[in-house]
Design a protein around this ligand. Structure first.
Ligand SMILES: *[C@@H]1O[C@H](CO)[C@@H](O)[C@H](O)[C@H]1NC(C)=O
Ligand SMILES: *[C@@H]1O[C@H](CO)[C@@H](O)[C@H](O)[C@H]1NC(C)=O
Ligand SMILES: *[C@@H]1O[C@H](CO)[C@@H](O)[C@H](O)[C@H]1NC(C)=O
Ligand SMILES: *[C@@H]1O[C@H](CO)[C@@H](O)[C@H](O)[C@H]1NC(C)=O
Ligand SMILES: *[C@@H]1O[C@H](CO)[C@@H](O)[C@H](O)[C@H]1NC(C)=O
Ligand SMILES: *[C@@H]1O[C@H](CO)[C@@H](O)[C@H](O)[C@H]1NC(C)=O
Ligand SMILES: *[C@@H]1O[C@H](CO)[C@@H](O)[C@H](O)[C@H]1NC(C)=O
Ligand SMILES: *[C@@H]1O[C@H](CO)[C@@H](O)[C@H](O)[C@H]1NC(C)=O
Ligand SMILES: *[C@@H]1O[C@H](CO)[C@@H](O)[C@H](O)[C@H]1NC(C)=O
Ligand SMILES: *[C@@H]1O[C@H](CO)[C@@H](O)[C@H](O)[C@H]1NC(C)=O
Ligand SMILES: *[C@@H]1O[C@H](CO)[C@@H](O)[C@H](O)[C@H]1NC(C)=O
Length: 796
């Protein structure tokens, strides 16, 4: 299927809400097209010599045109591959969009919007001539609440993350760009994420020690969705797994990814995550990025000439070398990137050089040289991003009819997050090198590091509020204090007229390479909220957080804090997205993709940190045992009967939704008895045994909007397996269905949740297979993990 054709089919199928989930369980690879692409790859391979083959598998860091480069081979008309960061927008580019971050789009619980975002992202990468987007990120999953990269992914729940990953991969690849789903696997913290020096001693990366069941049911789960969706590439991660580096781990690369999950594309390393040549190649690594051994020595690579020698000495077989090359070339032909693909936008190079603080003269470029104009790839994406940002905003509290704002005459705005950025697009390499709390002044619309984008503009909350005031003919006035020290110290002198409502904007920064150290929002946030709440004469304080994810909110129960909105990282339209929600132009419909605890001590997982001076030079000290197994986030809160502040799946609306009738369960497997294990197949297709993806039961409920405005509900299905036939450590309930349903006031619709075999099974370690436990399953349907409205049962 040509990519535009596939998109049309998917969007047609998405029209019918009950079909949407099936779309995401269908294989994303067209077998005939794959075979035809493989033939083209094979034909090219026969023309290549061994040096050229190794070159296709080794990045060239000396070429700064893209985030990663595979050199061209002009002799055979192969133009090379351009790889670009990252999951929220094309990073080193001018005139490109900064999209809503992963955690925001995950909070929409809306596969259709998630697909739309992936599609638009892909269009921008294609427009800039990038063949591969280094995304989506679905690892880290978010085991550790303060993980520095959690915001790049979608949710701590593997089912929600899996569907979001699938929708994103499909969107990206339908636009003709290869997705590289990352980071495989167990990359759950940034602290000591990779090999490094401590006092001159080489200290190995953190080892994520994960048992087989947990590996399958949590951390690999969304990657299985990515493979099912047809991801053409997977990035192996920095960390070790049971003390073996992820990029040379035969068990998870060859064993699980390529054999069990039937992945046919290529595995590329994270940047400098390769630590061996022949060993990594034989374990399943196909492409070494960015090429050299490390950032200190650009001339040496574990691949390149080293791979040639390994093949010549027989340490890597010629067949394996060809397999690696075939895996890299087939995706290129599969997407038709050999035909009419846009050239690489040359402006990217100058953006990179500028980010590295090089001036044109450093490259002997005369001052008056006209630089190539950037290709504007933003199209109409601003409108999408505005919608996505609003849709990923979660209304957590709304008392005294505070929201939506009706016609306030005067609004007071507080907090450094409300303002324009004191350093906007000029933040070096997307804020990777900003201080631990990010830039002191300005709205936080994304995190830092490779996952960030480069802002061509940003709409701050103040700017959008002022525009709103202007469009009301200035019948509404805006006053503000954006200096957090002034607010925290309760200096409200001069504010007049007294505000009808007070808005507080808080921000929380997170970035690759560092984990967060504080649960509360940054910049003295609690003092800021408390002082506004005790001052605000109308006793209506609305708190908005722009955040990487989990924050504790010690002020949430303050009766003067009458509304709370978790706006996550909405991207470049941040101000417009939140103003749409505040004034009710958009009815909030986001739901938490994680749990907000009352107290940070309620979480059971934290960063593993070696702080003992005697241990910091111990090369093998970093051992993180995932002893909590499956019990992370809401599963842990359920198992230990801890009441959260706002539970997983929670989110309010300006209207009211109800479930009516009863839970209807219909078997669709068409068998008298269902086998305990999935029937064996000769060869696993992408995603593993295809029988795991077959729907066994369809659960249907009716959802009604009983309020007086239109809005979108997110009915959620939580499944409990039969207690008597599951092993210890099985969560009390897990998310296994959800949908996003738009309903006019008074409207009612049927919602159907397909339960696939994988959804109902657990990973049986002894059998090395997915086992469907016999007995009675409980199906709970509601509007959050703690707001269960109805129950039904399934007997297997
Ligand atoms: C392979 O081909 C390249 C031209 O693309 C040539 O420069 C190189 O010498 C050849 N290497 C071998 C080992 O034949
Ligand atoms: C860098 O790579 C790009 C894309 O393959 C290519 O157009 C350009 O010529 C390369 N530059 C150098 C100096 O090799
Ligand atoms: C780690 O070792 C345990 C125990 O041998 C095994 O069950 C598990 O699959 C291994 N995990 C990884 C990620 O290799
Ligand atoms: C890079 O590595 C090679 C091989 O180990 C070594 O000969 C060379 O001196 C190194 N270069 C630098 C700059 O460290
Ligand atoms: C091949 O592997 C052997 C054993 O690991 C090693 O001693 C040798 O150096 C390797 N040769 C090359 C060329 O990598
Ligand atoms: C603002 O004023 C214009 C011109 O008087 C009028 O057409 C418009 O309806 C007013 N808008 C609002 C929101 O009051
Ligand atoms: C934080 O808030 C406290 C309490 O109001 C205040 O004393 C302190 O000065 C504030 N710190 C900063 C850096 O603004
Ligand atoms: C609530 O607001 C009122 C009026 O500003 C104030 O007197 C009171 O102390 C506030 N309460 C809290 C808990 O902040
Ligand atoms: C959180 O719990 C700890 C330990 O029980 C306690 O010391 C602390 O005061 C609590 N914090 C809050 C904000 O309740
Ligand atoms: C880890 O410990 C170091 C001190 O050794 C500290 O600077 C750092 O903030 C800690 N990291 C986290 C994420 O807590
Ligand atoms: C909803 O399902 C019921 C059966 O449970 C069916 O009678 C009804 O027509 C369906 N409604 C819609 C709008 O599809």
């Amino acid at each position: 299927m040509h990519w535009t054709g596939a998109a049309a089919v998917i969007s047609a199928l998405l029209q019918a809400s009950c079909a949407s989930r099936d779309v995401f369980s269908d294989p994303g690879i067209n077998v005939d097209k794959w075979h035809s692409a493989t033939r083209k790859a094979n034909a090219l391979i026969t023309q290549l010599n061994i040096t050229e083959k190794a070159g296709l598998l080794t990045g060239n860091l000396l070429n700064l045109t893209c985030g990663g480069i595979i050199n061209a081979i002009p002799r055979v008309d192969f133009p090379g591959l351009c790889l670009q960061d990252g999951p929220a927008g094309i990073r080193t580019a001018d005139l490109a969009s900064v999209f809503t971050a992963g955690i925001s789009i995950g909070a929409t619980w809306d596969p259709e919007l998630i697909y739309e975002r992936g599609r638009a992202l892909g269009e921008e990468f294609r427009g800039k001539g990038a063949h591969v987007i280094l995304g989506p990120a679905t690892g880290p999953l978010g085991r550790i609440p303060l993980g520095g990269r959690n915001w790049e992914g979608f949710s701590v729940d593997p089912y929600l993350a899996g569907i979001a990953t699938s929708a994103t991969v499909r969107g990206i690849q339908d636009s003709g760009v290869q997705a590289c789903t990352k980071h495989y696997v167990g990359n759950e913290q940034e602290t000591q994420r990779t090999l490094g020096l401590a006092k001159g001693v080489s200290v190995d990366a953190i080892s994520s020690n994960i048992d087989d069941r947990t590996l399958h049911e949590l951390y690999i789960w969304p990657f299985a969705d990515a493979v099912r969706a047809g991801t053409l590439s997977i990035m192996c991660s920095y960390n070790r797994l049971n003390s073996t580096y992820a990029c040379e781990d035969d068990h998870t690369l060859n064993g699980i990814l390529k054999e069990e999950l039937g992945f046919k594309g290529y595995v590329m390393s994270d940047w400098f995550a390769t630590h061996s040549g022949a060993k990594a190649a034989n374990a399943g690594l196909d492409m070494n990025m960015p090429g050299p051994v490390d950032q200190y020595n650009f001339t040496n690579s574990y691949f390149g000439p080293n791979l040639v020698r390994a093949v010549q000495s027989g340490n890597v077989s010629a067949e394996r070398l060809d397999d690696m090359v075939r895996r890299v070339l087939t995706p290129y032909f599969y997407l038709g990137q050999d035909k009419d693909y846009p050239t690489i936008d040359p402006s990217g190079l100058f953006v990179t050089l500028a980010a590295l603080s090089y001036s044109p003269s450093a490259f002997s470029i005369p001052d008056d040289t006209p630089l190539p104009p950037a290709r504007d790839v933003r199209a109409d994406h601003a409108a999408l991003i505005r919608n996505h940002g609003a849709a990923g905003t979660v209304l957590l509290k709304n008392t005294k009819h505070t929201l939506p704002l009706k016609a306030p005459r005067t609004i007071a705005v507080f907090g450094n997050d409300a303002a324009d950025l004191s350093r906007g697009s000029a933040v070096p390499l997307g804020a990777a090198y900003a201080p631990p709390q990010g830039v002191p002044m300005g709205v936080q619309v994304m995190g830092g590091g490779a996952g960030s984008g480069r802002l061509s503009y940003v709409v701050s909350p103040l700017e959008a509020l002022r525009a709103r005031a202007a469009s009301s003919n200035h019948s509404m006035s805006i006053q503000y204090v954006t200096d957090n020290s002034v607010v925290a110290n309760a200096d409200f002198s001069g504010i007049y007229p007294f505000p009808d409502v007070c808005l507080v904007f808080l921000k929380t920064y997170a970035a690759e390479t560092i984990d967060r150290t504080s649960f509360e929002a940054d910049w003295n946030s609690t003092a800021v909220v408390n002082s506004v709440a005790s001052y605000c004469p109308s006793r209506k304080t609305v708190v908005v957080t722009h955040s990487a994810g989990i924050n504790t909110m010690p002020w949430a129960d303050n009766p003067n804090v009458t509304a709370i909105l978790a706006a996550h990282y909405p991207g470049q339209e941040a101000g417009n997205s939140i103003v749409d929600i505040l004034f009710g132009d958009v009815n909030p419909s986001g739901h938490l993709p994680y749990t907000i605890a009352r107290n940070e001590t309620d979480y059971n997982t934290e960063v593993f940190n070696v702080t003992d001076p005697a241990q910091v030079t111990d090369a093998a000290a970093w051992q993180s045992d995932f002893t909590e197994g499956l019990l992370i986030d809401y599963r842990h809160f359920d198992a230990n009967a801890i009441t959260p502040l706002y539970e997983f799946g929670f989110g309010l609306s300006y209207t009211i939704f109800e479930l009516t009738g009863k839970v209807n369960v219909r078997p669709v497997h068409g068998q008298r008895t269902i086998s305990v294990f999935p029937p064996k197949v000769k060869e696993n297709s992408p995603g593993g045994n295809p029988n795991l993806w077959k729907t066994l039961f369809a659960v249907t409920v009716k959802v009604r909007n009983t309020g007086d405005v239109a809005g979108s509900a997110v009915p959620q299905l939580y499944l409990s397996q039969p207690r008597s036939t599951v092993p210890a450590g099985t969560p009390m309930k897990v998310l296994r269905g959800f949908d996003k349903v738009y309903l006019k006031a008074g409207e009612e619709r049927n919602v159907s949740f397909p339960l696939m075999r994988r959804d109902m099974s657990f990973w049986d370690v002894g059998a090395s297979d997915w086992r469907l436990p016999r007995g009675e399953y409980i199906v709970r349907v509601g509007f959050s993990s703690r707001d269960i409205r109805m129950e039904g049962t399934i007997r297997v």
